[in-house]
Design a protein around this ligand. Structure first.
Ligand SMILES: [Zn+2]
Length: 163
């Protein structure tokens, strides 16, 4: 289809990061497939321009277009909660397998370690990963999971009597 080819041509020339239209944070490109999969009512209408993903916690804007005529998408337009914007414990870190910060904390509190990264790696190897259509960033969650595990281990070490 000519429309999707047009998007691809634009994507090649679109800058890799731009400032968020609302808060000015540096925002990375996000695939049209990710936007289409996670914005409500977009299932049959792929975006026609390059979109960017704002991760700033205080900002309500999630996806904004390079073409200012195209619609913007806020948190309430998405089918999932954006962990980067709501760093609460119950928001998912891994969207494919539903692993939350809470679950990581619980496992570390009871066993002293986390198997989350191993479990995710095994699922990725088995071909069960779908970050591009499930994670608002469109990227693999392993980086944020690893970071959350380190934070949780540090927190436990800092307050060992709290159990
Ligand atoms: Zn923003």
């Amino acid at each position: 289809m000519s429309d999707c080819c047009a998007v691809k041509a634009e994507q090649r020339s679109a800058p890799s990061t731009v400032s968020c239209a609302a808060c000015g944070s540096r925002s990375k490109r996000v695939a049209a497939l990710t936007v289409k999969s996670l914005v409500r009512h977009l299932a049959f209408a792929a975006p026609r321009t390059q979109y960017y993903f704002c991760t700033a916690p205080g900002c309500d804007l999630v996806y904004f277009p390079l073409d200012p005529e195209a619609p913007i998408y806020r948190r309430s337009d998405l089918l999932v909660r954006v962990e980067a914007k709501e760093p609460e414990d119950s928001a998912p870190l891994c969207y494919c397998f539903g692993i939350t910060r809470n679950a990581i904390d619980d496992e570390i509190r009871s066993t002293g370690r986390s198997t989350a990264a191993e479990r995710i790696t095994a699922e990725v190897k088995a071909g069960n990963c779908a970050c591009e259509v499930k994670n608002p960033s469109g990227k693999c969650c392993l980086g944020s999971v690893t970071r959350a595990v380190q934070q949780s281990l540090q927190a436990l070490r800092a307050a060992p009597a709290n159990r």
